[in-house]
Design a binder for this molecule. Structure first.
Ligand code: RB5
Length: 147
């Protein structure tokens, strides 16, 4: 199950991607917003916490650029949020970073490109192996900075 959210800058793209997910029978829960002006860190926090808790396998966050959402989501322990606008990054952030949230820019990419990014993000497995050691370092940094 996918947790999704946006601010006003990402609303149009979120609505379009919801229709796409429905066509593919991919289950999601929409954590808002409903198009009104809002603060992206509030939405990022709700979606990131839902993913970090284990209730949702992955998340999708959309703001104007995708950058604010990724900065905010990455403040939540256990979250590896990646802001992507190209196919290679969306693929390799799964393979090498085991990213669990994809952030997109609603003012940057159109619906067709966004669908391809969502597809590859959802369907690419983490490689593990040598990459796990690096993720362990990130987890250690997270723990150190929480002290
Ligand atoms: C909202 O205007 C905009 O700042 C937001 O959507 C996002 O792009 C922030 O990173």
């Amino acid at each position: 199950m996918l947790a999704i959210g946006c601010d006003h800058g990402g609303f149009k793209l979120k609505e379009s991607l919801k229709r796409y997910l429905e066509e593919l029978n991919i289950e999601y829960k929409d954590f808002g917003c409903d198009g009104e002006t809002c603060d992206y860190p509030d939405i990022a926090a709700v979606v990131a916490k839902a993913v970090a808790s284990g209730s949702f396998e992955k998340g999708l966050l959309i703001c104007g650029t995708g950058i604010g959402m990724s900065i905010a989501a990455n403040k939540i322990r256990g979250i590896r949020a990646a802001c992507c606008s190209d196919y290679y990054s969306a693929k390799y952030t799964r393979m090498h970073n085991n990213a669990n949230i994809l952030c997109l820019g609603g003012r940057i990419i159109g619906p067709g490109a966004a669908e391809e990014l969502v597809d590859v993000f959802l369907n690419t497995e983490y490689e593990g192996g040598r990459h796990q050691h690096r993720l362990d370092i990130i987890t250690r940094l997270e723990e150190e900075s929480a002290q």
